[in-house]
Write a protein that binds this ligand. Structure first.
Ligand code: 1AE
Length: 399
């Protein structure tokens, strides 16, 4: 049967969870807060949510005892799009105090309605020519209020330092000093002049109704990737872009705003569901999320589960996990240990803040990656690699 199974985390008194689960299964489908005497048996059979499991975890929290419950919702209740699915499984329930939506499992028939990434990990490796190592990504920094000449200098330095992908800062929107189309042209020219296979993810921003046209125009002018603030727009907008055959460049999902839905310990969506599973289904080729040890830290288990959901075996191509924020070369060994080769090391301050500028920052990261691959300690590698030495001196090693 085509259905979606929702896993919730509930908080209540011990032994109260079966009744609560039944209340949710009925309340989010054909029931109400009071008995509806005219419910038909046929309706109940075809449309009521089914409680599949109730697992008390044995943990006591500030909101009471904890339990995870699974409820299956028949696909007959909703249209095959994420807005309808999210409202079905978590609509009014999300407003009802301490409750978390931890995961969603889609039947194959339902999953087939979603695009997944167009390029995924393999496609991005082909585009950048970078195999058997994590990719390196950096972020334009301090660009607001600066002109194209400043961006050009930054882009040249980042690419010269060996960065594979450069992205706009998520807070850089269309503006008179560095308009979208001019940034795209600049990116294309600088990358071509470098002779490298780097990508530049320009921030696709503006009104929702203008995005597709803007994306097409960007591609016509040479855009190689788009950065997209998916949680300010909604997952369905990402899906619309990913499904458009003319939007034939990778899309990078930025986590800005997602914390408003995911960060509370007993409320909202799990991080891994939003930033791992759903952005992948909706078509993101990359997913950025806070690393467990940077400046905007995410709990380690949530960061690891996010990467796992982005990469795990499924009918969709793999989405590249990009643990980010506060990353510097001294963190490369722990990034490797936690996220492995199929991940992207992403840094803004950790590239541009290097004493030898962004080129030095890029080189320091590459030296750190090479050291880890060859089984060398960073402090040992730093003896023969000046940029790495300077980075470690400035930011230290490890978490
Ligand atoms: C979680 C997203 C990180 C991001 O977009 C960003 O701009 C990070 O900057 P740094 O590396 O912390 O300077």
């Amino acid at each position: 049967m085509s259905e979606v199974i929702a896993t919730y985390r509930l908080f209540d008194q011990k032994g109260a969870f079966e009744k609560k689960a039944e209340g949710i299964a009925l309340g989010l489908t054909i029931g109400s807060w009071t008995d509806l005497p005219l419910l038909e048996q046929k309706q109940l059979k075809h449309h009521k949510g089914r409680v599949l499991a109730v697992r008390e975890t044995g943990r006591e929290t500030a909101y009471g005892w904890e339990a995870d419950i699974d409820i299956a919702y028949p696909a007959a209740n909703f249209s095959a799009d994420l807005p309808a699915i999210l409202v079905t499984v978590f609509g009014k329930l999300s407003l009802d105090g301490a409750v978390q939506l931890m995961n969603l499992s889609f039947s194959d028939e339902l999953a087939r309605q979603f695009p997944g990434p167009k390029f995924g990990v393999e496609g991005i490796r082909e585009k950048t020519g970078a195999y058997s190592r994590p990719l390196l990504m950096s972020i334009f920094k301090g660009v607001i209020g600066r002109d194209l000449a400043y961006m050009e200098e930054q882009l040249q330095a980042q690419i010269a330092g060996g960065i594979d992908i450069v992205k706009d800062d998520e807070i850089l929107f269309d503006n008179p000093l560095t308009p979208f189309e001019e940034r795209v042209k600049l990116g294309k020219r600088v990358i071509e002049e470098s002779g490298k296979k780097a990508l530049y993810a320009v921030n696709l921003s503006g009104r929702t109704s203008e995005l597709k046209e803007k994306a097409r125009k960007g591609i016509e002018l040479g855009a190689t990737a788009f950065l997209f603030n998916v949680f300010a727009y909604g997952l369905d907008v990402l899906q619309e872009l990913a499904e458009d055959p003319e939007v034939n460049v990778p899309i990078m999902a930025h986590p800005a705003v997602s914390g408003a839905f995911t960060s509370a310990p007993h409320h909202g969506f799990s991080t891994e569901l939003m930033l791992g599973k759903l952005v992948r289904m909706a078509g993101a080729d990359f997913t950025l999320f806070p690393s467990p040890y940077g400046s905007v830290a995410l709990e380690r288990s949530a960061a690891l589960k996010t990467a796992q959901m982005a990469l795990e075996q499924s009918s969709f191509k793999q989405t590249f996990p990009v643990p980010s924020a506060g990353i510097h070369p001294g963190l490369v060994p722990v990034l490797f240990e936690d996220f492995g080769t199929d991940s992207i090391i992403n840094a803004g301050g950790g590239v541009h803040g290097h004493p030898n500028g962004a080129a030095g920052g890029g080189r320091a990261f590459r030296q750190a990656v090479n050291a880890v691959i060859s089984g060398q300690e960073l402090t040992e590698a730093a003896k023969n690699n000046e940029d790495l030495r300077l980075a470690l001196e400035l930011w230290g090693t490890g978490k």
